[in-house]
Design a protein around this ligand. Structure first.
Ligand SMILES: [Zn+2]
Ligand SMILES: [Zn+2]
Length: 311
């Protein structure tokens, strides 16, 4: 795990690195423009250089950019669609300029027209965005919370997208723990989570899984409501350690998109909680030989053994 957080770029894109350092974050996610407007930010190119210098100094291991929430690549409305594609391409250009590892985006909603009809818009949009990728900077589809016809609500839908794009070598995915939960995947249950991750491995490939979003859920399992909660304060609770400790989810930028104590985003305490939950999850996923030996024979011991085999 490379613990990280979504951080502000207020004062220049490079200032996100200072914020990451201040809270002990080793990876980060940023918007490349204000998330509330279509108008792109006119960045001073000198800030791109500052960003890269500061990133190296601070030893930040993972950097991802998040595209606007406004965009809808499945929109049947020609104007919204074109704005969406243009915005995604702009985001990709800025991401490449700062040598980010990827651009994460929500596909959008077919607005009732159906998944197949949505694909006819989404696939050419992604082809255009993929043209702007670099070897370093990938395009990463985020799984959706599943509300209102959103595309990418299941591993199956993500896999169909990757297939339709011919398995493009720079196309990847980002899995969000809250979105999985509200889409009906119990990320606190080792067996349910493993089923999901095994499907990712089989249908998409783990090499395409490039980032995680770690958010507790302020809405019930399968509710399709996208409400993030601070770690330990939502429906996932301490069960997040199962998600964080999963052996096939290690070594990735793991980004918090939580409200934080005052609604201003993740702070040092959230990062610490992330580290603690991860540590607990790793321990549970791989019990050491001493712990296993200390267990009494019988039911408990055999269950621990079964868990170890699966992990
Ligand atoms: Zn997310
Ligand atoms: Zn969300």
């Amino acid at each position: 795990m490379i613990p990280g957080a979504h951080l502000s770029t207020s004062g220049g894109i490079h200032t996100a690195i200072d914020r990451a350092e201040a809270i002990g974050s080793e990876s980060l996610q940023i918007f490349t423009q204000s998330p509330r407007t279509w108008r792109p930010t006119n960045h001073d190119p000198a800030n791109f250089e500052r960003f890269k210098e500061r990133r190296a100094e601070a030893g930040i291991q993972g950097v991802v950019c998040h595209a606007l929430y406004l965009l809808n690549l499945a929109s049947p409305d020609a104007e919204i669609y074109e704005k969406s594609v243009t915005t995604l391409m702009n985001t990709m250009d800025v991401a490449c300029a700062i040598e980010a590892d990827g651009v994460i985006f929500h596909v959008g909603s077919h607005l009732g027209a159906g998944f197949e009809a949505g694909l006819e818009h989404v696939v050419p949009a992604l082809e255009r965005a993929l043209d702007r990728c670099s070897d370093t900077t990938w395009l990463l589809i985020e799984n959706s919370a599943g509300a209102g016809g959103t595309i990418g609500r299941s591993v199956d839908e993500l896999a169909v997208l990757v297939d339709q794009l011919g398995g493009h070598p720079r196309l990847g995915i980002c899995l969000d723990s809250c979105h999985l939960w509200v889409s009906g995947v119990d990320v606190t249950d080792q067996a349910s989570l493993s089923d999901c991750i095994d499907e990712v491995e089989r249908r998409i490939g783990l090499d395409r899984l490039r980032a995680l979003h770690v958010n507790d859920a302020a809405a019930p399992l399968g509710s399709n409501r996208d409400r993030h909660a601070n770690l330990g304060e939502g429906e996932i609770g301490d069960g997040m350690s199962v998600f964080l400790g999963h052996p096939k989810l290690q070594g990735l930028p793991t980004i918090l998109e939580v409200p934080g104590p005052d609604g201003h985003g993740p702070d040092a305490n959230e990062i610490q909680k992330l580290r603690d939950l991860h540590g607990r999850g790793l321990k549970a996923a791989r019990p050491g030989p001493r712990k296993a030996a200390a267990r009494p024979r019988g039911k408990t011991a055999s269950r621990a053994g079964a868990r170890r085999t699966r992990g």
